[in-house]
Design a protein around this ligand. Structure first.
Ligand SMILES: Cc1cc2nc3c(=O)[nH]c(=O)nc-3n(C[C@H](O)[C@H](O)[C@H](O)COP(=O)(O)OP(=O)(O)OC[C@H]3O[C@@H](n4cnc5c(N)ncnc54)[C@H](O)[C@@H]3O)c2cc1C
Length: 450
């Protein structure tokens, strides 16, 4: 797999990649009062480290955590362009599912137990951070509700029950009446109830993980946009104000990786959008039930997912997954898409029509044609580790950190032998055609789809 091309970064003019938005109206950022958070000093001057991690999202932070555990004496530096959690990790829908790596076609019967352990690792690791490191992230471990809006989707729900049952996991099919007892909506036809999985405040988790890795001795440099990477026996990383060299690199950039020349023909950015309503009144909550406060998602190809926040709002996202031409990054806010999502919310719960939407924001996540991420090691000197292609990375980016640390330590175990390790991501086609195929897919699903 061609993982790196410096075509884009050649030359002495190190123009920073065009990455960040001026203002993101994220509800999660508001809960952590991002503007008054301590943002670390940028990297300046010439520096050396044992391991440099580029990207301060869940993949980068989890890599730092696991690497510091395995190699306490190594000098590990995280370079984050904005602040830890500023990318998808701090902006997402807060869903932490446990079945992300349970692909029936890839797991043989005698591998089920191990596959389930790896798949649950992300959530278990977050619970470990909470229990052992005092991380606060408003976790609600109430399981998941998946719903169908029509007969085709009911079939898809049944497939889902079958898949989870194959892996020995509980999933209960709910007919319309049983589903309405969980959550009331005139358009929900059936559902499944899954006891596993959690929802959380992702920005709190990211900022808390920054605190934890710093307490372990990891150096975190924020406001340090990497402008060029020159891989080699000694990798050289340029930032806007400084430079650092290290024998080992970790690329933890997910949807931003292409901007620095990594995985540009395999992984492409897709913008995902979120809204947060004003807090609902007690009567409004009673009108929809949802007393068990699960993560709620539907089975459309362009699905929506929603959670009740701890302060009584509905936070909903998905519906329109936007590809901006030429692998453009999310604009941070996109009014047109926000309206589409609002419409969806009011179709779920028509009695809320007119309810105030207090926040609307978006972020960029990574997709590939297979939707299977890849975590591994590459480069001419086998010293560039990476975790990319996480479209749903809240739990699995945690697992990526564990895999990267185990690979670096030369271990052979259920993590390093997992099918996502050095998974060959399919060619994504020329950049110029991606927008066309994205639009075609949307048109097809809206016209004929489910
Ligand atoms: C709106 C939205 C909703 C989502 N909902 C869910 C969900 O509910 N559940 C789920 O499992 N997943 C969800 N996802 C996906 C999930 O958030 C990501 O898969 C996951 O956070 C990826 O983590 P990461 O650390 O690999 O990448 P990121 O969190 O994107 O981290 C990459 C970091 O690299 C930094 N960076 C980029 N370029 C540079 C550079 N040149 N120099 C230095 N730093 C740089 C960025 O600032 C960023 O902080 C959602 C994503 C979005 C955008």
């Amino acid at each position: 797999m061609k993982y790196f091309s410096n075509r884009h970064n050649r030359g002495s003019n190190l123009r920073p990649p065009d990455l960040y938005e001026y203002f993101v109206d994220s509800f999660w950022f508001k809960t952590i009062d991002l503007e008054s958070q301590k943002i670390n000093e940028p990297l300046r001057g010439k520096n050396k480290a044992d391991i440099v991690i580029i990207g301060g999202g869940f993949t980068g932070l989890s890599s730092a955590f696991h690497l510091k555990q395995q190699f306490p004496d190594k000098h590990i530096v995280i370079l984050e362009g904005a602040c830890c959690g500023y990318g998808a990790s701090g902006r997402n829908g807060g869903f932490c599912v446990t079945d992300i790596f349970l692909d029936r076609s890839k797991v043989k019967e005698n591998e089920i137990e191990d596959a389930v352990e790896v798949s649950f690792y992300g959530l278990n690791q977050i619970k470990h951070l909470i229990a052992e490191h005092g991380v606060e992230c408003d976790i609600q471990e109430n399981g998941m509700l998946e719903v169908a809006l029509n007969d085709q989707q009911i079939n898809s729900l049944k497939d889902q029950v079958e898949r989870l049952t194959y892996f020995g996991l509980e999933a209960t099919f709910l007919d319309e009446a049983a589903l309405q007892a969980e959550v009331k909506s005139p358009i929900f036809k059936a559902g499944i109830k899954i006891p596993h999985g959690a929802t959380l405040n992702p920005a709190k988790l990211a900022r808390e993980m920054k605190r934890v890795v710093e307490s372990m001795g990891v150096e975190v440099r924020e406001r340090s946009v990497v402008t060029r990477v020159t891989p080699g026996k000694m990798n050289v990383v340029d930032t806007e104000l400084g430079e650092i060299s290290a024998p080992i690199l970790v690329i933890a950039l997910n949807a931003y990786a292409h901007k620095l020349g990594f995985f540009r023909d395999r992984v492409f950015p897709v913008a995902v959008h979120q809204i947060a309503t004003a807090p609902l009144t007690q009567d409004q909550w009673e009108s929809i039930g949802w007393q068990n406060r699960q993560g709620l998602s539907d089975h459309r190809p362009l699905y929506s997912y929603s959670i009740p926040s701890v302060d009584g709002r509905i936070i909903l996202g998905g519906v329109d997954f936007t590809y901006y031409n030429n692998d453009g990054l999310s604009s941070g806010n996109d009014k047109a898409v926000t309206r589409v999502i609002e419409k969806d919310l009011f179709e779920y719960f028509p009695q809320f029509e007119g309810l105030k939407i207090e926040h609307a924001w978006s972020g960029t996540t990574a997709y590939s044609l297979s939707r299977i991420p890849s975590v591994g090691v590459t480069g001419d000197f086998q010293n560039v580790y990476f975790g990319v292609g996480f479209s749903n990375g809240v739990p699995s980016a945690q697992t990526a950190g564990r895999i990267i640390a185990d690979l670096m330590a030369g271990k052979s175990n259920i993590f390093t032998n997992h099918y996502i390790v050095n998974n060959r991501i399919p060619y994504a086609g020329p950049t110029v055609t991606r927008g066309f195929f994205g639009k075609l897919y949307k048109w097809k699903t809206k016209t004929f789809g489910w």
